[in-house]
Structure formats: structure tokens, C-alpha cells
Design a protein around this ligand. Sequence first.
Ligand code: FUC
Length: 826
Amino acid sequence: MKILQKNLWIFVLCLFQSLQLAHAQHGGELKMWYDKPAKVWNEALPIGNGRIAAMVFGDPTKEKLQLNESSFWSGGPSRNDNPDGLKGLDSIRYYIFNGNYERANVLSNKYLTAKQLHGSKFQCVGNLNLAFDGNENYTDYYRELDLERAIFTTTYKVGNVTYKREVFASQPDQVIVVKLTASESGKLSFTANFDSELQKSVKALDAHTLEMTGLSGTHEGVTGQVKFDTRAKIITSGGSTTVSSDKINVSNANEVTILISIATNFVDYKTLTANEVEKCTNYLTSAETKAYPTLLKSHIATYQKYYKRVHFDLGTSSAAQLPTDQRIKNFSKSVDPELVSMYYQFGRYLLISSSQPGGQVANLQGIWNGSNNPAWDSKYTININTEMNYWPAEKCNLTEMHEPLVQMIKELSESGKETAKVMYGSNGWVAHHNTDIWRITGVVDFADAGQWPMGGAWLSQHLWEKYLYSGDLKYLDSVYPVLKSACEFYKDFLIEEPTHKWLVVSPSVSPENTPAGHPSALVAGCTIDNQLLFDLFTKTIKAAKLLKKDPALMADFQKILNRLPPMQIGRLGQLQEWLEDWDNPKDQNRHVSHLYGLFPGNQISPFNTPKLFDAARTSLNYRGDVSTGWSMGWKVNFWARLLDGNHARKLISDQLTLVDPVKGGFGGGGGTYPNFFDAHPPFQIDGNFGCTSGITEMLLQSQDGAINILPALPDDWKKGTITGLRTYGGFDVSITWENNQVQKINITSHLGGNCRLRVPNVVVLVNGKTLKQAEGENPNPFFATVKVKEPLISSNANLNELNLKPTLMYDLPTEAGKTYTIICKK
Ligand code: FUC
């Protein structure tokens, strides 16, 4: 028995030592790592520069880089307005007000839903394959994605030779760079080729250059018109290269650099006249003049300019010694705080890699898609998903990454004008629940999902939100026409509902949810629509005031604002999802649209609207936790806004449930694939971004009149640091905490003005002096609180005690450009 015990100890000790060794050599903080090559797409690792991207598999024998270019979509410039809209609109509204939802649905599908075109598909350019000779019996395999440097690396051994591959997507040089090395000279032999499922032609231009050209697919009657050119330049040192038909063979090279360039003929959503061959060649010719270390250096510097703004440390544990997929698998049963900080930073990595100024908006899969028939076309679902992609942008200090979204909203405000006119006879612009690279703004799919004329209203919130972080009036001036025109649409489109004479949106849906027992989701005046309009009109009026514009029109807008339905509390004590008290306590729909007012909106506050706060919490408790990936990501934000850190932490754990990478189909519980991609399932990137936003909200909020420090810290995040987050009013905030108590706060003020802090501790010292406790409204205009109407309580709603932790508020007057160190004491 004793011998057995001793052996067991020796075994445990050896295991621990070998794990420690593995950790010393492999992984480490902010490196996702694996001990096997990726077999399937959901195990491969993403790299990208906002315009071009790859999923890298890291197989020693058959390397595959699955390639994407952000403007490579099916079809071409197109619209999808149903020209019969005005024939059906009045009847549809009549039937909705008279409770004949079935008839309204039939007419809506006939007169309003697009006749043929439901949006284009984001497509895959193809693959670059590298087949290596004699690598079958490899050992010591290792694969990582270094989030700090945005570099993929694989190493392995064959016999005594160590092989290494490094891959990155350079933003400054606009090429994907692959570096192959071996520990002995003359050991690199492989065959390179391109393939693609689409119409294409592949050839070797010379013994060092492969080219693939092709055309995007035809879809729903729109001919594929996006042309691409992609080239791989194989630069060898030593050995030789030969061409065999459409392949290049490399033999006995010492080291190899491959530069991959991709370009399309896309100029903008209306124009496809660029010369893709010229663009592709130019990127390559310019990159070729630079040595690998130069390319690497400028890649890292450009990436880190964004990435390094935020540092997040929750501490580490022995769990961190395992490969990332195993850590995800163990997460709910282990103590692994570092997996949370790495997942958080992976969200920031993905945003930097998929959304760059001047480029396309991150779509349902960001920029990574291996299929020509992706789920939901991998387009833009603007009834939650696209907005969710950009929730981390400002608060995680990545404001530049927000720019493609702002550009898309401007473009939608152009294309959506015709939709407003043709379909509804209204001025202004409208977009429904989906759009694509061609900026379609009509109704897609079918009425119960697509008949939601609020996509533009939700997107427009981002325009104002961006201003609140930067205070940039020139920027506000540039987006003001979009805000104004969005309001002008609703000024014409809203109608009076018969009971309370409120102004409502009809026909509409509470996104993708049907009230129990109804034959259709079609309704008038659902809660999210009212909340979105409340925000849209309030923000536009504020913007006009700041820019000294349109006082008469704003007076009209104010009248509309005064006639919007208030939020209502229903028979279960819940926040009503619809104008009527139709909520079903058993409803676990993934959408929780009526809580838009809690997050990302800020109409519901524990301090200003406690009844609504309680009702929102009741609604969320009914909805439950486990759902699709993105829904859980949203719920992390909700529970953070409900100031319940432990519940938010529970949702993170639900979201970090390992999902089988082979499982790509719909349905089943959401979670996380081995490569950290969010699983709806299938892969959908919004869940990643939503959770990164949610984790930020747990540590810092600024939407409710003050900068709220550690508003929802879970009990088990006892100690930590987060630096460089951005708040409303242009403050950069860093926080250190220990024993669940805030210790130190650093604030850098970019715009000056009053910095009101809400903290969970008692005494706050700046430069050794106690700060004055705050009273009244925050004089800083960026923190003006939202004034919503008191709720109507339709029955004996049970208003619980809110049961929140006490906090204190302090005012710190700041000067632009100065940093303040605040010490907190119990
Ligand atoms: C909406 C959601 C689905 C999915 C799709 C892309 O339709 O209801 O869950 O996220 O968008």
C-alpha cells in the first residue's frame, strides 16, 4: 500500500513538473495554445487585419490557410424594397389594431416582405494549401495564437529537426505573411497550391508566384459580380522551386517566406470598378521589398497601438498550465480566472482583426468564414447581432474599430431613403432587421422576423454613443444628418394607437418573438421600439442643441417624444415586452429585446427608476440563463447593469461551456468552441464581443450619472487590475482591487470636467486629501441622466426590495490631459 502511495506521489510530481515545463515553454498569459493540429474549422485559429483574414490549421503534413477578404460577397449592387408596400400598409395596420394578427401577417408577407432578394452572402475566397514531404511522424507538437502580438505559431519536430511556422495578417503592409523555418538547413520541402469552391482559375505565374482569380456566387437572382485576385509569393532561401501545372514545389529550402495578397474590384456598395489585379499586385510588390523582420516589426507595432491600451489581470492558477481547449472544458469545475481575462482580450483581438477604419463592418462571423453558404449568409443582422459586435468598441478603448459601423450607418441612411418612400410613403430613412454589403434596407425572410422597421433606429444609437466618449463636435456634426433623417422617418411613420392615443410603430415585432397564443409576431408599439425611439429622439434633440440646428423641427420632435408609450410593468411584476400584458413566464426566447432599455440603453437605473429596475430583473429571471451564445453574452451585460456580479459571472461560465467543434448545425445549447469562437451554435462572433462588453460592464460603467467603479464584481474575482478602459466624458480609468475591495483608481481626463465617482468603499483620497461627497445632478453634461416616464403598474406588481450594496459618490474636478490617482480606504 505504502509503495503504491509512493509511486502515486512520484507520478503526480512528474506530471506536475512536466506540466510546469510545458507551461514554461508553451502558452503563458494571453497565448491560446493546443497540443494538436486543428482537424476542423472550429479548432483552427483566426488572424486578420480588418480587410483580409485567414483561419490557420497548423497541420505539420498539410497546412491550410482558409482565406477571406471582407468585400467578397455574393451578388452585386442591389435593392430589395417591395414596391407594393403602400397597397397593403393601411390594411395591415387596421388588422393589427383589431386583433386579426393572422390576416396582418398574410398581407405583410405579400406587400412588405421582399419579393426575391433576402440579402447576399459573405463568401470564402479559398484556401492556400501547403503539403509537406516526410512530416508524418512528427513529435513535440505545439500550436498557439499570441494575443499580445497577433501571431500564430506552430512548432513540431521530425527526427532531430525542429520546424516552426509563424503566420500574421499585417495591417500596415496589407498581406498575410507566413514564415517557415527549420533548425537544420535544406529541410523545407513542400508543394503549394490554391483551391476554391467557387468559379476560379489557378496558375503558377512563375516558379515563385501562384495566382488564383475568381468570381463571387450568384444568389437570389443577382449575378455574382465581385472579382478577386489572390497571389502567393514564395520567397525561398536555399533549395529550389519548380512549377508543376498549377502548383509550386519547394525542395530543400533553408527557410521560406510566403506573402499572400488578396484584392477585389469592390469600391463601395454601389461601385465595383476597381482593378483587383492591379491592387493585388501592388500590395505584393510593396511588401516584397521588405525583409521579414521589418514586416513583423511594423505588424506588431500597428496592432499593439490598439491592443495595449487595456491590460486585464485577474490572477492565475494551476489550471492555466493546460491547453486552451482543455481549460474551456474544465472551466465550470476549476478555478481559472486567467481564462476569463484571456477570453476578454480575445474579444478585443477579434475586433482589431476584423474591423479597421476604412474597411467593412464585422459581420456575423467577423471576417472569418470557410463556407460559401454560411449560416444566415454571415451578413448583418441588425436587430441585435451587428450592434453587439460593437458594444466593446468604445469602452474597451478601441474607438477606431467603431468607424466601419459609422460608415455603414451613413450608407444605410442613403439607401434607406428610397425604402422609406417606396414602401411606406415616408420621408427620412429606414432599415429593417438585416442588411448586407450592398446596404439593402427592405424586409427579408418573412414578416415574423423581418417586419421590424427599427434596424436604423438601433444602429443610430451608436452615432451618439461614440460622441459621448469623445466629445468630438465635428464628428457629431458629420453624423447629425443621419440622426435627423432617422427621426424624420418615424415622424411620418408613427401612428396613434386607439386606446391611449400613444404614437406607435406598426407593423412591427418584438424581435423574433411571438406573444403566446398569437398566430403571428406582428404587433404595434412593442417595448423595444418605444425605448429605441425614446433614445433616438432624445439624442437627436440633444445633438441639434449642441450644434445649434433646427430648433423648429426639434420642437416637433419633442412633441413626438412626449407621446411615446411609457414602459409598463405587467401582472407578473415583469417589464412588459409588448403594449399589452402578454408576457409568458415560460418564455425562454433568446432575444430579450424589451430589456434594451437596461442594456445597451440606459433608461432603467437602480438609482432613478427602481421600479423598472426591479421589473427588468423579474423579466430576466423568467427568461433564464442558458441560451444561444450571443444571448448569454447579452445576459452578462444585463446582470452587470443589474449590479449582480455573481449572476454575471455564472453567465460567463455558461458561455464558456465547450461545444463540440464538429457541431456546426443550429439548435442545442450555446457555448464556446475549442478555438474560443462563440457557438450560437454554429459559430457567430457576436457572443465573443457581447461577453467582452459584459466583463467590462462588471468592472466599470458610466451610463448612469457617474463613473461606477466595480459595480458588479463577483465574489470570486477577489483581486485584480484593469487598466485603460474608456468612459463617457473621455476619461481613461484603471482600477486595482484586493479582497474584493477597490484599492486604487487612476483617472486620465481627456476633456476635463467633473469626474463623479461612485465607489463601493467609504473614504476616497486624492493626493492625500479626502474628496467631497457628491450631491445633486452631475454638472458634467456627458453624464446627464435619462428622464423616463414613471411606469404604469397594471396590477399588484410585487416590488421587491432591491437589495443592493451601498455605494458613495464623490466629485473630482479635472483638467484635460491630467491624471489623478485615487486611493480608497475602508
Ligand atoms: C437572429 C437571431 C438568431 C441568429 C440570427 C443571425 O435571427 O434570432 O439567433 O443570431 O439572428
